[in-house]
Design a protein around this ligand. Structure first.
Ligand code: ATP
Length: 372
C-alpha cells in the first residue's frame, strides 16, 4: 500500500467531555499534522482514551469540534468518518482465517475481489505465510498486526490505536513498536496512538501530547519534551529528573541560582519567562547528564560546569549503567547514572563526591505555577 493520503490535519477545537459533574477532558485544542505518528500519553484516567474516542466518533464531545482537514466531522457517526480504530483486544474473528479477517471490512462493503488488497496488507504486516492460519495459531504480536491490517485495508485517513500493545509482554512490545512505526512510515497516514508507556510514546511518535487530569500539559517532539519539560509532571513522567529547589540570584541570558550553598547556572531560554531575582526556581537535570568525581579530585573538573557536593548513599550496577543515589546540601536522594565504568572504579556508599554537569543540560521550572 503506497498511496499517501490527502485527508489533512486532525483538528480538535475546544473539545471537552463531561460525565455528569465530572470532567474527563477539559476543553482542549490539538492539531495532529497529517501523516504524523502522534501519541497521547498519560497515566490511567487522564482522559487520553476519551479524547481518542471523540476523534473516532465513539463518544460525543460535550463542547467543541473535530475536523479532518477542512471537514467538520463532529456530528458524523463513527462509520461515516474516514478513521479506523485498533483496540488493545484485537477482536479478531476466531472462526475465520487471517486473510478472511483482513478482508472483512471490504466484504461488508460488498466488495467482491479482495485478494490483491488482502495480499498487499499481508505483505505490509509481514504475515504472508500465515494467510490460512486461524487467529489462535498466531502469537499476540502477530494477532495485533492482523488487527492493524484489518483496519488499514479500509484506507482510513487516520488510524487510531488505543493501547494496542498493552496485552503484549515487554520484549514483544518493543518489537511491535518498531513494527508499527515502520508500517506508519510505509502507508504515510496519520496514526494517533494512546499509551501510558512513556518509552513507547518516545520510541514511536513524531509528536507527543502529555496529558494529565484531562488536560494537555505539554506537546512536542519526544526529544524536546525530554530535554525541555515545562512542568514537574512532564519532568517526572518522562524519565527521571533531579529537581533541586533554588533561589534566583541573577537573571539574564543565563539565570544564576543558589542551591545548597553553591551556585548553578540555568539557560534563560530553558526557564519560565517570569523568573525574578529572589524568586524560587526548581532546577532540573537528568541523572545521565551528571558526572561524579571524588571530592579529592574536584580540581580536575572543568571550569564553567554546574557542581554540587554530596555523599553517595547507594549504588547499584544494572548492566548498562551504574545508578547512584547521592545526598547533597542541594537536595537529598539525587540520582546519577554513569555508563561504561569499570567495576573497580565505582564509587561506594559513604564516598564524598562532587556532582558536575554542563549547564546547557539544566532546565528551570516554576514550582509555584506548575502549568505555564
Ligand atoms: P486508561 O488508560 O485507564 O484507559 P485514560 O487516560 O484513557 O485511562 P479515560 O478512559 O479517557 O482515561 O477516562 C478519563 C476519566 O473519565 C476517567 O476518570 C474515567 O473513569 C472517566 N470516564 C470514562 N468514561 C466514563 C463514563 N462513560 N462515565 C463516567 N466516567 C467515565
Amino acid at each position: 500500500m503506497t498511496d499517501k493520503n490527502t485527508g489533512g490535519d486532525v483538528r480538535l477545537r475546544g473539545i471537552s467531555k463531561s460525565y455528569g459533574s465530572f470532567t474527563a477532558v477539559q476543553p482542549l485544542d490539538l492539531t495532529v499534522p497529517q501523516g504524523s505518528f502522534f501519541a497521547l500519553l498519560g497515566a490511567s484516567g487522564c482522559g487520553k482514551t476519551t479524547t481518542l474516542r471523540m476523534i473516532a466518533g465513539l463518544e460525543d464531545p460535550t463542547t467543541g469540534t473535530v475536523s479532518l482537514g477542512d471537514r467538520d466531522v463532529t456530528d458524523l457517526p463513527p462509520y461515516k468518518r474516514p478513521v479506523n480504530t485498533v483496540f488493545q483486544s484485537y477482536a479478531l474473528f476466531p472462526h475465520m482465517d487471517i486473510q478472511e479477517n483482513i478482508a472483512f471490512g471490504l466484504r461488508r462493503r460488498g466488495i467482491k475481489s479482495v485478494k490483491k488488497q488482502v495480499d498487499e496488507m499481508l505483505e505490509l504486516v509481514q504475515l504472508g505465510d500465515k494467510a490460512r492460519h486461524k487467529p489462535h495459531q498466531l502469537s499476540g504480536g502477530q494477532q495485533q498486526r492482523v488487527a492493524v491490517a484489518r483496519a488499514l485495508i479500509n484506507h482510513p485517513q487516520v488510524l487510531l490505536l488505543d493501547e494496542p500493545l498493552g496485552a503484549l509482554d515487554l520484549k514483544l512490545r518493543r518489537q511491535m513498536q518498531l513494527e508499527l512505526k515502520r508500517i506508519q512510515t510505509e502507508v504515510g497516514i496519520t496514526f494517533v496512538h494512546v499509551t501510558h508507556d512513556q518509552e513507547e510514546a518516545m520510541t514511536m511518535a513524531d509528536q507527543v501530547a502529555v496529558m494529565n487530569g484531562g488536560r494537555v500539559e505539554q506537546l512536542g517532539a519526544p526529544a524536546d519534551l525530554y530535554e525541555n519539560p515545562r512542568t514537574t509532571f512532564v519532568a517526572n513522567f518522562l524519565g527521571t529528573s533531579n529537581l533541586i529547589e533554588a533561589e534566583v540570584a541573577e537573571t539574564g541570558t543565563d539565570i544564576v541560582v543558589t542551591a545548597g550553598g553553591g551556585k548553578l547556572k540555568v539557560p534563560g531560554d530553558r526557564s519560565p519567562s517570569a523568573v525574578r531575582s529572589g524568586g524560587k526556581l526548581l532546577v532540573g537535570v537528568r541523572p545521565e547528564k551528571i558526572s561524579l568525581a571524588h571530592a579529592d579530585d574536584e580540581g580536575t573538573i572543568a571550569d564553567g560546569r554546574n557542581r554540587v557536593t554530596g555523599r553517595i548513599v547507594d549504588s547499584s550496577f544494572i548492566g548498562v549503567s551504574t545508578q547512584y543515589v547521592v545526598d547533597s546540601p542541594a537536595g537529598a536522594g539525587l540520582q546519577v547514572y554513569e555508563q561504561n565504568i569499570e567495576r573497580d572504579t565505582r564509587l561506594v556508599p559513604g564516598a564524598e563526591v562532587v556532582l558536575h554537569w554542563n549547564p546547557a543540560h539544566t532546565f528551570g521550572l516554576d514550582a509555584s505555577q506548575d502549568i505555564d
